[in-house]
Design a binder for this molecule. Structure first.
Ligand SMILES: Nc1ncnc2c1ncn2[C@@H]1O[C@H](COP(=O)(O)OP(=O)(O)OP(=O)(O)O)[C@@H](O)[C@H]1O
Ligand SMILES: [Mg+2]
Length: 275
């Protein structure tokens, strides 16, 4: 069920996010509105062009995706539009022939995915995003592999965010329901204390009720000031919670605006939202 921001149990603890590079944390109805980074949005892939391998054709073309502190950015579009590819490009898994990726004003275009994790990017891929044979808790521990400090506090915060994971901490993650697995995947990414969280279809294959719950948790995370960028196939619901929305078509930005703008745009409604 939906939990309002002021309900008991709403996690106001902002320490789940990395304090470094954080603007003031002021959770509110518009998530955690904070000042944009001086050099532009906190995370931006600007005019990204590229594909898989040096010889492969370009899949995304001058594609621009950005998200700022305290915001939820949402990427929607038809199957095969290049949504996952754009996420991989931001995460350094693509060969870019054009464009730049900047994190907190720093050009990270040349960095490996591992180096981007160290810089504060948390990424949950669309598939194979948990270790099914490991327990829930082992999955969370694996998420924290780059950390050398005490991870128990972050794990506690993940369990507060997703209480069911605490109950199932000793179960193999592969035995969990789809929605619970997605919680493990998001929790695993949070264990690095990321400065930005990227989720590729976090609600894939879950029921509408579970989708609503996951969205509530994502809003809660964004409310701590942590920027969240996600790909969603539930376009309408996702755009309702989006500060920034991107419609991708054939690897290009087709429509960009606030979630509200896109929901009101007749073209977007007709082509992507079923009227
Ligand atoms: N690893 C890969 N190697 C080569 N081509 C790929 C690879 N992954 C995706 N593609 C191609 O890139 C294009 C965009 O795929 P992508 O997975 O980014 O789309 P998507 O918008 O995420 O789709 P979906 O809604 O189905 O998840 C498709 O033509 C796909 O065949
Ligand atoms: Mg995809």
């Amino acid at each position: 069920m939906s939990k309002p921001f002021d309900a008991p149990g709403y996690n106001r603890d902002s320490s789940i996010v990395n304090p470094q590079g954080q603007a003031e944390l002021t959770p509110g109805p518009q998530h955690g509105k904070a000042k944009p980074a001086p050099g532009g949005p906190f995370l931006i892939g600007e005019a990204m062009t590229g594909g898989y391998g040096k010889a492969g054709p370009a899949i995304i073309h001058e594609c621009t995706i950005a998200v700022d502190r305290g915001e939820i950015g949402v990427i929607v579009g038809p199957n095969g539009a290049g949504k996952s590819t754009a996420m991989r490009a931001l995460f350094g898994m693509l060969y870019l022939t054009g464009g730049t990726v900047r994190l907190d004003g720093e050009d990270i275009t040349q960095l490996s995915p591992q180096a981007r994790v160290a810089k504060g990017m948390g990424f949950v891929p669309q598939t194979h995003n948990i270790f099914t044979s490991l327990t829930v808790e082992e999955n969370l521990e694996m998420g924290a592999f780059i950390r050398k400090d005490d991870i128990s506090e972050t794990m506690e915060q993940v369990y507060e965010l997703f209480p069911i994971l605490r109950d199932k901490r000793d179960q193999a993650a592969g035995e969990l329901s789809g929605g619970q697995r997605q919680q493990v995947a998001v929790g695993r990414a949070l264990m690095t204390k990321p400065k930005v969280l990227m989720l590729d279809e976090p609600t894939a294959g879950v029921s509408p009720i579970v989708m609503d719950e996951l969205f509530d948790r994502i809003i809660e995370v964004a409310g701590t000031g942590l920027p969240v960028l996600m790909v969603e196939q539930n376009a309408r619901q996702a755009l309702e919670i989006a500060d920034k929305g991107y419609v991708l078509v054939q690897g290009r930005n087709a429509h960009t605006g606030t979630g509200k703008d896109l929901l009101a745009d007749p073209d977007v409604r007709k082509s992507f939202l079923g009227g």
